[in-house]
Design a protein around this ligand. Structure first.
Ligand SMILES: Nc1ncnc2c1ncn2[C@@H]1O[C@H](COP(=O)(O)OP(=O)(O)OP(=O)(O)O)[C@@H](O)[C@H]1O
Length: 372
């Protein structure tokens, strides 16, 4: 799948921008704060209906204007289609082939992207919330039901946390907890089950990728680190029962603390290399290799789920990789994955790659320097 073109109107620091894209590699070079990431953000928006940087849609609208419009023609599974996104204040409207979608959520699945940014390089070392975000975005992109459950879960969680505080302050009765517990368990168990299933597949793919990058010297393993007591023989039923038991035996503790202590919002992913937890004991190089292996696994995972490779967005990350990792990445994407790279320098990419478009970005203007 690939974008054949993109059109931005009043998006971030772009007044009007129209680009014909290379189906292989598109490289955006420019100094800091010129508008390179803004282009990747617009592609991410076309894929998910959201920005990868902000939850507030109006931030994407050019400061001088009150509306933003993004359009792209995409080729996928032997067919062309068009996606349009209009942002007006905080509201968004989305059209696919000129038909307005009832919900933004329905956009999921048309254009698939994998994004790799410096934040992802810190995925292994960073806080658990970063790893939860990673797995959530991964599944949400191919499963709108999961995305829906996630949104509902976070609403229920907020209400339940408020209630726990109210009970602690004797402003509400414990009986009220029952309804919220039920919903938390119902939604949370589905989320955990989907994460476990996905992580199983990702783990195999990431291990393969990791072996290749480390010349077979290191073995990577991904494990789901849950606040519930789960092992390899999990099922939705087992998760629900375990969740129910945890909530009932820890009710007083949760009331005392005034927060929900169990569920997918507290879970994490563990990375072991040669049986050593590399979050705690790995070198920075090992952590970066793991992050790269994980991203490459994501590409393969999506291919296995949707039948085609997604589009890859490499935001500012290329120059952060050393030669070996960079070459490995290029080998994987070469001539099969449409890739967008932003960078402040060329990194000799123009010498390695013939089939690419090279753009220079300056103050919200883009000039094509090379056509692949
Ligand atoms: N809503 C907006 N309207 C107009 N300009 C905006 C808006 N939002 C951000 N900008 C401008 O966009 C620029 C940032 O663009 P972007 O994040 O794409 O930078 P970049 O080229 O990727 O830089 P870096 O290399 O530092 O990541 C800044 O100059 C910022 O002031």
């Amino acid at each position: 799948m690939y974008l054949t073109d993109i059109y931005l109107n009043s998006f971030r620091n772009y007044n009007k921008l129209e680009l014909n894209l290379n189906k292989n590699l598109n490289l955006f070079i420019g100094d800091n704060a010129q508008g390179k990431t803004n282009i990747l953000e617009s592609i991410y928006l076309l894929s998910t209906g959201d920005s990868h940087r902000t939850n507030i849609a109006s931030e994407m609208v050019n400061w001088q204007k009150n509306k933003s419009y993004i359009k792209s023609n995409i080729y996928k599974n032997g067919q062309d289609f068009k996606i349009e996104v209009l942002i007006e204040g905080r509201r968004k409207k989305v059209k696919v082939n000129s038909n307005k979608l009832k919900k933004i959520n329905n956009l999921i699945g048309y254009l698939n992207v994998v994004i790799f940014s410096p934040e992802d390089l810190r995925l292994v070392k960073g806080s658990p919330s970063k790893r939860r975000k990673f797995i959530n975005l991964e599944i949400s992109q191919i499963n709108s039901y999961y995305r829906h459950n996630l949104k509902e879960y976070s609403k229920v969680l907020k209400q339940r946390n408020n209630l726990l505080k109210e009970i602690r302050e004797k402003r509400s009765s414990k009986d009220m907890l029952k309804i919220w517990n039920q919903q938390l368990i119902e939604l949370g168990s589905k989320i955990i089950a989907k994460r476990l299933e996905t992580l199983d597949k990702l783990s195999i793919l990431a291990r393969l990728m990791h072996r290749k990058i480390t010349d077979g010297l290191e073995t990577l393993e991904l494990n789901y680190d849950s606040t519930l007591d789960l092992d390899d023989t999990w099922s939705l039923e087992i998760i629900k029962n375990n969740f129910t038991e945890r909530l009932s035996s820890n009710q007083e503790r949760e009331i005392q603390r005034g927060v929900s202590l169990f569920g997918p919002h507290r879970d994490d992913i563990l990375f072991n290399v040669n049986d050593i937890n590399i979050r705690k004991f790995g070198s920075q190089g090992q952590q970066r290799t793991t992050a790269l292996a994980l991203k490459l696994a994501e590409l393969e995972f999506m291919k296995s789920e949707i039948g085609e490779y997604p589009v890859l967005l490499l935001d500012d990350v290329f120059s952060e990789l050393d030669n070996k990792r960079r070459n490995h990445l290029l080998k994987v994407i070469k001539n099969k994955i449409q890739t967008f790279i932003t960078s402040t320098q060329l990194n000799k990419l123009n010498e390695i790659e013939d089939n690419m478009n090279l753009y220079k970005v300056k103050k919200g203007k883009v000039v094509k320097m090379k056509n692949g």
